[in-house]
Write a protein of this length. Sequence first.
Length: 57
Amino acid sequence: MTRGLQFDYCDPSLKQIFLDALADPETKLKDRDRDGLQLKEWLEHPLAGHFAYERWK
């Protein structure tokens, strides 16, 4: 399943850099990165409780 990118938590100044890199045919994503969990899904996963998260400024 291919998932769309969400930039809700992305630094706005980096958004265009990411989009340009993904549009470049030389950019290759590994299957695990392309098909990985979204943050919301990961936070609901039982293993997520083993990690501490801190929001940076």
